[in-house]
Design a protein around this ligand. Structure first.
Ligand code: FER
Length: 306
């Protein structure tokens, strides 16, 4: 089973991450055990949102649909042409400009992972049609910034490339998106979120570049998340954010990472969303987190770009 996990990278993250215990030996050997803490729930580890309503993830016949396309860009950082998936909303037109969400995958994933886990196009089509999310572009890049960026072999060895992606994102990917699509290119219209390793990246890069991002979401963030004081050396600076979101499943052995940052934010009076469901480290968690996160992105109510 363990070797099978390593050759099924797109499916790895949720399977690798099932609340391993010392007794069950549930971890693959490459994975640092200390990262998976004992789960100790606090009284405020509760959902901020209910389970999504019926039909939330169903394709509706006859409805206007957005487009999902595979796009390549030149990365000076990596020295290769890199792939991303880009969702454009129903009726996308260059005669208007759109906000952009950068959506980052986990350690076993790639640019296809979010679509595979959460059918991002369907969620957005439904939310936009119902007026519950604003028309936006969603960019799903490959956050493993190394020449061979396929999730093969021991994916935990790729952790350093997830840090290198900070440079690829800011210097290569965002400029490529903003030159190719009709984009509102300011921080009020730029969001970043991700799951697990991608959650750590979103917190690290988003909070590290408050001049670039006003909307930040960490879903089930992984041990690549920087320490609280490094994430936000000056907690008051978070006041310039429109949204800081932390979510996790209560059966996820990585929840201590989100709990710790949540408690620190609370202590420092930094407002944020804290959404804890009864899911584990799995696609069900990330899909509903994305569904509610998308509805919090009220770009136009906050934006000088409109
Ligand atoms: C770790 C445990 C989990 C780790 C990363 C993860 C870099 C990431 C999991 C995921 O992305 O699903 O110790 O170290």
């Amino acid at each position: 089973m363990k070797s099978l996990l390593l050759v099924l990278p797109a499916l790895c993250a949720p399977l690798l991450a099932q609340e391993p215990t010392e007794a069950s030996g549930g971890n693959p050997p490459q994975q640092p055990r200390k990262a998976w803490g004992n789960i100790v729930l606090k009284s405020d580890d509760v959902p901020a949102f209910p389970a999504p309503p019926a039909g939330w993830d169903k394709v509706r016949p006859g409805m206007a649909r957005g487009r999902l396309e595979k796009v390549e860009y030149d990365s000076k950082t990596v020295g290769t042409r890199r792939k991303m998936n880009v969702y454009t909303p129903p009726g996308y037109t260059v005669s208007r400009r759109y906000p952009v969400l950068y959506l980052l995958h986990g350690i076993g994933g790639d640019e296809n992972e979010w679509q595979h886990f959460a059918q991002v196009d369907t969620l957005l089509d439904n939310l936009i049609t119902d007026g519950r999310a604003e028309p936006m572009i969603v960019v799903m890049p490959n956050g493993r910034a190394q020449k061979d960026d396929r999730p093969t072999g021991d994916v935990f060895q790729h952790a350093p490339a997830f840090a290198v992606f900070e440079q690829d994102l800011l210097q290569d990917l965002i400029p490529a998106v903003e030159s190719r699509y009709s984009v509102l290119a300011n921080k009020e219209n730029r969001a970043i979120a991700g799951l697990s390793m991608g959650g750590g990246q979103a917190l690290n890069f988003g909070l590290g570049h408050l001049d670039h991002f006003a909307w930040i979401g960490g879903f089930s963030s992984a041990p690549n998340t920087r320490k609280n004081e490094e994430l936000l050396p000056l907690p008051d600076q978070a006041k310039q954010l429109k949204l800081l979101w932390l979510s996790c499943g209560s059966r996820d052995g990585l929840i201590h990472i989100s709990q710790d940052f949540h408690a620190w934010l609370k202590r420092h009076g930094v407002s944020h969303v804290w959404h804890v469901t009864d899911h584990a480290h799995d696609a069900a968690e990330w899909k509903q987190a994305l569904y509610w996160f998308l509805q919090k992105l009220s770009f136009s109510s906050s934006s000088p770009g409109h």
